[in-house]
Design a protein around this ligand. Structure first.
Ligand code: SF4
Ligand code: SF4
Length: 446
């Protein structure tokens, strides 16, 4: 497809800046709360074919009219595919990006459980400056209650950090970790990992788990805020908390933003999900929830109902009437469109947690003001670093200078794309180094 052209099929892909490419439905682990039910790698259709990947890259990277796009390899466990597969896939992404006159940056990410990190994978990550996100719910013995391989994951997160490619960590708050909240927060504070705390969702295998309450979720957020303040460790603050601090302290919020954290999220507008068969979905989570399938990249004609499907996906029911006039609206993240749509208890939990958190913010304005100030200082520091390392515009902060997690995690995560907030780890930057002669686009590949 010609770069930047409105897809003839009816799908408007011009504002896409993030693609969640689920390249396999298989996983080597069986975490008890996983939102998908992994299938064996040998099962037909368990992995994406190179042909499908090429079609997807051509359609989506070729179709955006934005100056940057993130291509996130997701799963299942993406490291089940061989390294040469990624070499070929990424090279095609680069080629398509170079041909799109709108694009200045292409960023490659990978969300992995990190239990299969090999020297070859490490070399791939470093070669393309792949932004890795992983999951660990706390110290390995606590994380392993619902996950597996905690010690190995911890070791590999530390290995990546030593190798200059630090991974972002998602820690799920569940009934187990909430009972050991101090130990969990203490662990991440001590380790210095850039962490995003998310609540478990009653979906996939997680439907059998006991729900968190709003009180518990709010208690976890309070504990993180207090520890970040006490230790002056801003890496404990996830993108949603940082945004909430900003909204509350400034009293301002742009409700038209299309990110995960808004009343109308960016699913199908600024980001899009794809499963191993090449089916397109509003985002990665909507494919888990089997909600809003658009069509298939191998036959763009199947995307004819894109606008109607997208409208239906974002429809809100009367439950949300309560939001009008709610003071907590200033900091509300409005749940997840895909996961909350059919789960009123999850909405109630999120809503209750938000109202309690808002009250906590009101009662602790000094704490919020302090954190705001530190984040601002951190952001200024990061801007200066970027300006020194890459003074010539146009450039994007995420793709310039050294890895942001290494020095200025909060800034990097404020700018992190929406679904990445929930399903991928913190963003990375990259220098422009490229041995090969490439255009501005490819030079930014990291
Ligand atoms: S806290 Fe609840 S009522 Fe208030 S804006 Fe958020 S979801 Fe709506
Ligand atoms: S994760 Fe949820 S809130 Fe975020 S884009 Fe997807 S559906 Fe929307």
């Amino acid at each position: 497809m010609q770069a930047g052209v409105h897809c003839k099929s009816g799908a408007d892909l011009r504002q896409i800046r993030m693609v969640i490419a689920k390249v396999t439905s298989s996983c080597n682990l069986r975490c008890s709360y996983c939102c998908t039910d992994a299938i064996p790698i040998t099962q037909p259709g368990a992995t994406m074919t190179m042909e499908t990947h090429r079609h997807a890259a051509t359609l989506l990277i070729g179709g955006t009219e934005l100056p940057e796009i993130q291509w996130i390899f997701h799963g299942g466990e993406p490291m089940l595919l061989p390294v040469p597969w990624y070499e070929e896939a990424i090279e095609h992404c680069i080629t398509v990006a170079e041909a799109n006159p709108h694009l200045k940056r292409l960023m490659i990410g990978m969300q992995s459980n990190l239990t299969r990190l090999t020297p070859e994978y490490l070399a791939l990550i470093k070669k393309y400056r792949i932004q890795v996100g992983s999951s660990l719910d706390g110290p390995p013995h606590l994380s392993d209650v619902h996950r597996q391989g905690g010690k190995r994951v911890e070791e590999n997160i530390e290995l990546l950090a030593r190798e200059g490619a630090p991974a972002g960590v998602i820690a799920l708050i569940n009934k187990n970790t909430i009972r050991h909240l101090d130990e969990v927060v203490d662990y991440f504070d001590r380790k210095g990992f850039g962490v995003t705390f998310n609540a478990t969702c009653p979906t996939g295998r997680g439907t059998n788990l006991e729900d968190l309450t709003g009180e518990e979720l709010c208690a976890a957020k309070r504990a993180v805020l207090v520890r970040a303040d006490k230790s002056h460790n801003l890496r404990l603050l996830s993108p949603d908390l940082i945004k909430q601090i900003f909204y509350f302290h400034t009293g301002e919020r742009d409700m038209t933003e299309r990110t995960c954290h808004n009343y109308n999220c960016g699913a199908g507008v600024s980001l899009i999900g794809m499963d191993p068969s090449g089916d397109l979905w509003p985002c990665g989570r909507s494919s888990d929830a089997d909600m809003g399938r658009f069509g298939n990249v191998n036959d763009p004609g199947t995307l004819a109902d894109f606008p109607a499907t997208l409208r239906k996906f974002h429809e809100k029911d009367l439950w949300y009437m309560r939001c009008f006039g709610c003071p907590a609206r200033l900091i509300c993240m409005f749940g997840c469109t895909a996961f909350d749509k059919e789960s009123i208890p999850t909405r109630e939990m999120d809503c209750r947690a938000t109202k309690l958190l808002y009250q906590y913010f009101c009662d602790h304005r000094d704490l919020i003001a302090r954190l705001f100030e530190w984040i601002e200082i951190d952001m200024q520091k990061m801007k200066q670093e970027v300006a020194i390392k890459k003074p010539t515009p146009p450039f994007l902060r995420l793709h310039t200078g050294s890895h942001p997690c290494a020095s200025c995690a909060p800034l990097s995560r404020v700018g992190q794309p929406h679904e990445g907030d929930r399903t991928a780890g913190p963003s990375r930057t990259a220098s422009d180094s490229s041995e090969r002669r490439r255009s501005g686009v490819s030079a930014a590949i990291h």
